[in-house]
Write a protein of this length. Structure first.
Length: 255
């Protein structure tokens, strides 16, 4: 019996640049390299597109007519899973460091060779490989069962089934599926330092995107959302060189 080849959909790229010639040229080049490309001329168009479609990579110009690209980068890094590659005419080291500190995955200085940009996009995508993880690293049964409970910690109530965290003040935040899986790992292992590899083991699940991509950024997003509900800045600790720890006692509600 002949098996049909597995079809992998092309990676989706959003080019955000106010110069029409630049964005159209980039779109043409990237399509020739089998990327699925859309373009936006400003931040408003970018936001509108990202409300209705998921992108693997956003090529973001540092200077936009309706917003600072660096501010857009920081906002995207906290709210979206897309990789961010900043495009800028400034080659100053401080400027590059600023972009990376605000959540960019890479930084390309104009003018650049198209082959370099394609290589950088592919490098970022390799880091965020969309191939399902091996069975050994998927969420174990006990971890999957943990999502059926509700947890109370630090005056917060977390319901994994709907991904909501609610404070005593009734203020709530909605977590993404990745953030919810992360928080399940932490509330089921309170006061335990979880390495990046251990978090991947606890959070990956069959048929999902791999969890290994940009795990530090995912933890940072989760920490940011929790910080909007509690003033405890040390709730989710970074243990340098080892991993992360939830510094709170946890109770399962109803038990």
């Amino acid at each position: 019996m002949t098996l049909s080849p597995v079809h992998t959909p092309p990676a989706t790229v959003l080019v955000v640049d106010d110069h029409r010639k630049i964005r159209e040229t980039l779109a043409t080049i990237l399509r020739r390299h089998d990327f699925d490309v859309l373009t936006a001329a400003d931040a408003s168009a970018m936001r509108a597109m990202m409300k209705h479609r998921r992108f693997d990579v956003v090529l973001l110009d540092a200077m936009l007519p309706d917003g600072d690209g660096f501010s857009m980068c920081q906002q995207l890094s906290q709210s979206d899973d897309a990789a961010i590659i900043m495009l800028t005419a400034c080659s100053a080291v401080d400027e590059r460091v600023r972009g990376l500190q605000l959540g960019a995955d890479d930084y390309v200085v104009k003018p650049f060779e198209p082959s370099e940009l394609v290589a950088r996009i592919r490098t970022v995508l390799r880091r965020r490989s969309r191939v399902a993880p091996p069975a050994a690293s998927r969420m174990p049964t006990s971890q999957a069962e943990s999502t059926r409970h509700t947890y109370r910690f630090a005056r917060l109530l977390f319901t994994p089934s709907d991904g909501r965290v609610v404070a005593d003040t009734r203020t709530a935040v909605q977590l993404t599926s990745v953030e919810s899986r992360l928080l399940v790992a932490f509330v089921t292992h309170p006061h335990v330092v979880l390495s990046r590899d251990r978090l991947i083991d606890l959070c990956a699940r069959p048929g999902s995107d791999p969890f290994s991509r940009a795990i530090d950024r995912q933890v940072s997003r989760l920490r940011h959302k929790l910080s909007t509900l509690t003033q405890d800045a040390s709730l989710l600790n970074t243990v340098w060189g080892d991993g992360y720890r939830l510094a709170a006692d946890v109770d399962r509600v109803g038990e």
